[in-house]
Design a protein around this ligand. Sequence first.
Ligand code: COA
Length: 689
Amino acid sequence: MPVLDQEPSKGLGGRDGLPKLPLPALKDTLDMYLRGMKHLLTEEQFNKTQHVVQQFGAPGGVGELLQSKLKERRDNKANWVYDYWLNEMYLNNRQALPVNSSPVMVFPQQHFKAPMDSLRFAAHLISGALEYKTLLDSRALPVDCARGQLAGTPLCMEQYYRLFTSYRLPGPERDTLVAQESSVMPEPEHIIVACKNQFFVLDVVINFRRLNERDLLTQLEKIARMADSEEEQLPSIGLLTSDGRTEWAESRSVLMRESTNRDSLDMIERCLCLVCLDDTSGLGLNDTTRAMLMLHGGGVAKNGGNRWYDKPMQFVVGADGCCGVVCEHSPFEGIVLVQCTEYLLKYMIGSPSKLVRAASVSELPAPRRLRWKCTPEIHKLLASSADKLQRCVKNLDMNVHKFYHYGKEFIKKQKMSPDAYIQVALQLAYYRFHGRPVSTYESASIRRFQEGRVDNIRSATPEALAFVKAMTDGKLSTNDTEKMEMLQSAITAQTKYTILAITGMAIDNHLLGLREIAHELKLEKPEIFKDEAHLISNQFILSTSQVPTTVEMFCSYGPVVPNGYGVCYNPQSDHIIFSVSSFQESSQTCSAEFVKSLVQGLLDMRDLCNRCNYGSNTAQQRQGQTLETHTQTDTNWQNKTPQRPTDLTKNQQTLPQILLKTPDQTKVEAQTQTSSQEEAQALKNVKKS
Ligand code: COA
């Protein structure tokens, strides 16, 4: 298989027609870096960093040399940062994939009445996936266009073509992203079905005919029966893929000594995708537990071994209705995964299952169980991988929260970007709970460019810090109008950064490029990359991402540092789904408390907007006279047009906004409408036991 990490394939709607990723000016990046770090460092640290950065950027200095080399690289490559970025974000990362790297999509809870129902669901899903693959193969997928900020531009489609064709091969120091070769006479395609930790080859083309849904069900039934046969049970080899990447690379080379194992690995590495038929987890299922089960399979005693983490697409169909997709992240972003998944779910809704009657009785050859020859050495490696997975399961602190008080429509009515507003709310949540700002990552798509993946919006802006301090200082030293101006300023700063990032002018990719090209030139690592500030700037204690969906489902992922949070959010018109993760082993973090702080912040921000938009009597606002309760403000904001502070003197209009309430909402409100002050105090007092 050809290596994909060096030169991605040329694809329709990919490079063709799209501009190259620009290279920002050195001075702009260095200025932005200093500005973005100042408030995250001590004065002493900052003074040192400022000196180091000035030296780096000095005329005739090393920065200029590296920048000129990057310019050459830009001229010679479709995307100057792609390889560097892929290695840095994924392939060099030695951490285990579950929780640490692989995001998941969690489907709505399914209600299977009998085991057969889950097999029917799986057959229907596979059928949709095969149809989607046909669209990909014929390059018939319409080109995506950007939405939201700077809407309308076409986006690079290359990530789609890796959904079913790529594989992340573990390496002792660096993994390799490999792609299946497309040939004139394509090989017969197959899916790997995992069931009771056993792996089965499900050929989807037999006698030159693609299996229909009924055939697929027949084959899945056979697999379920074969998996039940206790005499034939083989060890849970999939556990090895849940280990650290270097450990898995070593185990894989041990496995490869046996030809039986080589054949089995080859079948898995060349499959289209996995379908994991999970056993009932035995857990009470809610959004949080389903996200956890999707992220790690529930550990060795549950479905932790029923996975193969190297494969980008693993569809999970749990007997208890816990379903979703586990995705190896290196070939594509969550947005592409969502597009594919939404297609499948819409396919399943829109094209009702054709399995009205029993499964097919046609004489299809039975699916093949993959065999493993396990030496005592492999058993030892399996035990070690199992231990580590157990630790990972125990360590995950997950909290999925559906915030029903308002969604992006309310925010848009404030004439604010919903994404920027949510990011500011996350800054407020972290600051209120932890009392300090931290380096924050928000993924920004750069698919407007050839082979574009993402850059980082550094959401911990100085403007956001000023706002969150004013909101949490506990005194009435800042009145509402001033707070509102600070909120506006934080939103403006965040929105500006977003626009810079999506137009390829953010700083993280650029700094990475400068560091890597110095390495390539075998220069001594420049001081700017050895400086403590560089380390702090890349410790993303808040790792955040917007993954919106138009079908009921949500995305979850884990934190990227031991004392951090992974926060994925899905803004809907009248509610927002937050998936918050952290590690139990960190005494500094707690997902449930973070969520509490977030909810309080979102309510406080809403109330602030409502109060500031309430009256035209700005003098009254300046004296800090505020409306006290959420109930009052609810009434007010439903009856008044929200206006920015600068608009306060203008005439007010009636706001034609209706809050759509779901049955759950009353309960959520009851849980979250505690007094702001009480809650702020409680949060300050929180110490993780
Ligand atoms: N007033 C009123 N409405 C506004 C507004 C304002 N001041 N600013 C924005 N809006 C509207 C937009 O027009 C848009 O409307 P739509 O819902 O009709 O399309 C909506 O609010 C959302 O815009 P916004 O909240 O600003 O965000 P966005 O959709 O532009 O998203 C990013 C911003 C950074 C999330 C997006 O550009 C991006 O990069 N997404 C990819 C992230 C990613 O890769 N995630 C997966 C990682 S694995």
